[in-house]
Design a protein around this ligand. Structure first.
Ligand SMILES: Cc1cc2nc3c(=O)[nH]c(=O)nc-3n(C[C@H](O)[C@H](O)[C@H](O)COP(=O)(O)OP(=O)(O)OC[C@H]3O[C@@H](n4cnc5c(N)ncnc54)[C@H](O)[C@@H]3O)c2cc1C
Length: 484
């Protein structure tokens, strides 16, 4: 591209691509610079060479927000040929004497939760009924009055109840429902209970019942491929193997949008940042980590409770008290004896993921202290075996990427922190520095990664919100249509 660009986007994760394609569609010249040899950041699928015909989602695997987020609703993955399919059972929590299962069907979920069915309905019923308002509330830029104050108050009260120790068990009488809720809260990798954790649980739980926890047929890569195709079709350019470390790595442009951690913006842009923002970025805290283990299995996981076999995602952590202990260990820098493990067998929802010889992928990760170098293969295997006796017998191959190595594949995952920052309420609402607009880092400098609201996840909203600010800078106040 000759001459000065309108916009350079640093990083090609879902937020970077969302920003880039929005800006390209508005008629701006856009170039995406990506450090890795491939595009997509946390939204990729790859052949790890473990077994013929078996591919693995290298980071994200399960995508309720790829259906529900306002950005993806506009972008409309389905009409671009990405087939997003939901399992009947969004997620499950195996327990020593059974399991809790969250079906897309809220009534069935409540019916199977027995004595706590009504409590589950009370927590989720009104939120599921107004799921669009919940999405707008949580995935918005948190800079305007919510569309529905009633939903905001309902959500807030439930988040408070499930995020504060003395309150959170009051509603429940058995083990399954509180464990089921805590398994989702644990996605935030924070000490539990916490408001950040309960907010995460309420959003993801609402989506589980409202739209289901979908997977794209063939794997997460389909989402990235659709976004890259759209960007290129609208004149955007991409360069891989191009890490941006200093300002010299950037071509001249009117605006730079960073899909990176805040520290990178501070390092690269230096004096172009407001001093207060630069200080906030440098002091930005990262959270504990995840160690990934990808398996190849010769058969589905033999979960003891057969209902768990139908779930797209399984939270392996035992009871609420066990998960609290596991997450507490991380705060002390320890590996828990029973770590929190997230498991997804994509072939439960997408039988096309089973190879010709019957082998299938299993995606797992365990929560570990930041920077852990421990190979968690045996620990994860043992945790799954606890609730699925015979699991070891179906394991054909596996590969572990310890937390400390995740950032070699994606600089945003510092020390294995897959949320690009500790998940706390101030960060989720306000962003990485004390400032009114977390998407604006300085004059012509923007931040769009998971470090800004609405935080982690494949929703593209950080990119969408940042792109709106860039458009305003160049005098475009109406965002472009994103429809295919
Ligand atoms: C193991 C794991 C499991 C997950 N599971 C899920 C899930 O199931 N569902 C879900 O919704 N989310 C999940 N997530 C989270 C989700 O992947 C991220 O929140 C999301 O990808 C964030 O998007 P992003 O665009 O902000 O950044 P990323 O997707 O992290 O992309 C950032 C990109 O910027 C590039 N980059 C960074 N620094 C530079 C630099 N200096 N120069 C050039 N390029 C740079 C990186 O290489 C990367 O490509 C998971 C994440 C991990 C790691």
């Amino acid at each position: 591209m000759a001459g000065r660009l309108d916009v350079v986007v640093v990083g090609s994760g879902p937020n970077g691509l969302a920003a880039a394609l929005t800006l390209a569609r508005a008629g701006l010249s856009v170039q995406v610079l990506e450090a890795q040899p491939h595009l997509g950041g946390g939204a990729r699928t790859a052949d790890l060479g473990l077994a013929p015909g078996v591919v693995h989602d290298t980071c994200s695997a399960v995508h309720p927000m790829a259906i529900a987020s306002p950005f993806f609703r506009r972008f409309d993955l389905r009409s671009r040929g990405v087939r997003l399919v939901a399992p009947d059972a969004s997620f499950a929590q195996p327990l020593p004497d059974g399991a809790g299962v969250a079906y897309q069907d809220l009534a069935r979920t409540a019916a199977e939760l027995g004595p706590d069915g009504d409590a589950w309905l009370e927590v989720f019923g009104p939120l599921v009924e107004h799921a669009d308002d919940v999405v707008e509330l949580i995935l918005g830029d948190h800079r305007r009055v919510p569309r529905s104050l009633t939903t905001a108050v309902r959500f807030g009260l439930r988040a408070l109840e499930q995020g504060v120790g003395p309150l959170w068990n009051r509603r429940f009488r058995s083990d399954a429902a509180p464990a089921l809720l805590t398994g989702v809260a644990a996605h935030s990798i924070t000490p539990l209970p916490s408001i950040a954790g309960s907010g995460t649980a309420l959003l993801l739980g609402t989506l589980a019942h409202a739209v289901g926890w979908t997977v794209p047929l063939g794997g997460t890569q389909a989402i990235t491929d659709a976004m890259v195709a759209d960007l290129l079709a609208h004149g955007g350019e991409v360069r891989t193997d191009h890490p941006v470390r200093t300002r010299a790595d950037l071509p001249p442009a009117r605006a730079v949008v960073f899909d990176t951690v805040p520290a990178t913006v501070a390092e690269v842009m230096g004096s172009r940042l407001d001093r207060r923002i630069a200080r906030g970025y440098q002091a930005y805290r990262h959270g504990n980590g995840a160690t990934k283990v990808d398996y190849v299995l010769s058969a589905p996981v033999p979960w003891a409770d057969e209902r768990v076999r139908a779930a797209g995602t399984v939270h392996v952590g035992g009871t609420r008290a066990e998960m609290v202990a596991a997450e507490h260990a991380l705060t002390q820098g320890r590996h828990s004896e029973h770590p929190m493990v997230l498991v997804s067998d994509p072939a439960v929802t997408d039988p096309g993921r089973v190879a010709a010889d019957g082998n299938r992928p299993l995606w797992t990760y365990a929560h570990v202290p930041a920077g852990s170098r421990v190979d968690m293969t045996e620990a994860i295997t043992a945790e799954i075996e606890r609730f699925a006796p015979g699991f070891r017998d179906v394991v054909v191959a596996s590969q572990c990427v310890p937390a400390a190595r995740l950032e070699l594949h994606n600089a945003n995952y510092v020390g294995g922190d897959i949320a690009a920052g500790a998940v706390t309420l101030p960060r989720m609402l306000g962003g990485p520095a004390l400032t009114w607009d977390p998407f604006v880092a300085g004059d012509g400098v923007y931040l769009c990664s998971a470090a800004v609201p609405p935080g982690p996840g494949v929703h593209g909203m950080g990119g969408w919100h940042a792109a709106r600010r860039v458009l305003a800078q160049v005098g475009i106040h109406r965002p472009p249509d994103l429809a295919p």
